[in-house]
Unconditional design. Structure first.
Length: 405
């Protein structure tokens, strides 16, 4: 029997429910976007074009194209030398080292602006966290730079990033100087790393780490409210930044050039990792622990992991990493073996290279004995510091299957 009145009522109800669902979906999407905070993707893509000489973002009307072209002629040659020289040797070497069950989450303490080496060491990583004293930087100044400032700033980039590409390392002085200027130093390093490895930026947001380790992304209103709060240096001897605290920690979402995915994430957290700053129940350790089992790396780390005052970050690594690649500034051999790691050496090590303060002689002897006890395995490139004799060295720590929880 035909009942048009009932069918009409059902139809109206269906449309109403569909409308409610659509409204709820739109509202949820808006809330999610708000929770993710302000996206500086336009600034990131412009920096990627100007500083990293990649992508197709349109230049603003003011900059002189000749200034950008002159910089890009220099940088592209440096990037190509890195690909043909360093990367051509390092890529197959690391591919042979990485186990098949390697976690796709990477933690790199004392990493500075070194997303370049992180992607060289772990090219398939889906999530990378670098931690260092340096802050990411304000991406907005590129939008308003005049030609004189742009020319001067790109000359600085040529020197600093040129050294990173040539030596696969950055000095403390270079990293400190990146905290001031019209171009965001650390972010510039990150974008050049993407360009070298064939990735492009998709989104850029800034955040703070909450007490429970979760991330709060800054909205446009929060960024504006923090405009006059210049970020403090994370170490008393470090150069103070000249930008807002809002731009300390960055999240850069990226993907292979010209691809629809999968998306990858690089987070940089500005932090002093010494025990008196890295609280045992503090937000950064909570965040790191939330990442689960990780692959780790460090290099050119001023021997901090040898230092008793950095016990918390060292213990975090020993408890949570499944695999680690480092130079001689990695975790001391005795500590690693006690935690159930099997150690394999490459290159040569005959003593630590000293700076202002020599590292612990006993730990240096641990490394010397470790290298002396193993067959000499070739290392065809520099990875972080050289030893006291100028020899390159690399250490692999792999958790023994017997030590897995």
């Amino acid at each position: 029997m035909n009942r048009p009145g009932l069918l009409t009522a059902i139809g109206r109800r269906t449309l109403l429910l569909a409308g409610i669902c659509l409204f709820s979906t739109v509202r949820a999407a808006a809330q999610m976007e708000s929770a993710l905070g302000e996206d500086f993707a336009a600034e990131a893509k412009l920096l990627y074009r100007v500083v990293a000489c990649s992508g197709n973002a349109a230049l603003p009307a003011d900059p002189d194209q000749k200034i950008v072209d002159r910089h890009c002629q220099t940088l592209k040659a440096q990037m190509e030398r890195y690909r043909r020289g360093y990367l051509a040797r390092a890529k197959p070497f690391f591919a042979a080292l990485r186990p098949k069950d390697l976690p796709d989450t990477v933690v790199y303490p004392f990493g500075g602006g070194d997303l370049l080496a992180a992607l060289t060491t772990y090219p398939n990583a889906r999530r990378i966290t670098t931690l260092s004293l340096e802050l990411a930087g304000d991406p907005r100044r590129i939008m308003k730079m005049d030609n004189a400032s742009l020319d001067e700033s790109l000359s600085v980039v040529d020197r600093h990033i040129g050294w990173l590409l040539a030596a696969n390392d950055s000095t403390s002085e270079t990293l400190m100087s990146s905290q001031q200027g019209d171009l965001p130093g650390q972010l510039s390093y990150f974008l050049v790393a993407l360009a070298v490895h064939g990735f492009e930026p998709v989104a850029l947001r800034y955040f703070r780490v909450q007490p429970d380790g979760s991330l709060h992304y800054y909205t446009a209103e929060e960024v504006a409210s923090m405009e006059n709060r210049t970020a403090p240096a994370r170490h008393g001897k470090w150069t103070s930044p000249d930008f807002s605290e809002a731009f300390a920690n960055s999240e850069l979402v990226f993907r292979p050039v010209g691809s629809d995915g999968p998306l990858r994430i690089h987070r940089h957290i500005a932090a002093n990792l010494r025990d008196d700053s890295l609280r045992k129940d503090g937000p950064i350790l909570h965040y790191l622990q939330s990442q689960g089992k990780v692959a780790a790396m460090t290099k050119a780390a001023s021997y901090c992991l040898w230092n008793p005052r950095f016990s918390r970050i060292r213990n975090y690594l020993l408890d949570n990493m499944a695999f680690m690649i480092s130079d001689d500034t990695g975790i001391p051999p005795d500590d690693a073996r006690k935690a159930g790691f099997v150690l394999t050496t490459y290159g040569n090590f005959q003593g630590a290279m000293c700076f202002d303060d020599c590292p612990d002689d006993q730990i240096s002897d641990e490394f010397k004995n470790l290298w002396a006890a193993q067959p000499q395995r070739k290392l065809g490139f520099r990875y972080g510091y050289v030893d006291v004799k100028g020899s390159s060295n690399l250490l692999v720590a792999k958790r023994s299957s017997k030590a897995m929880p």
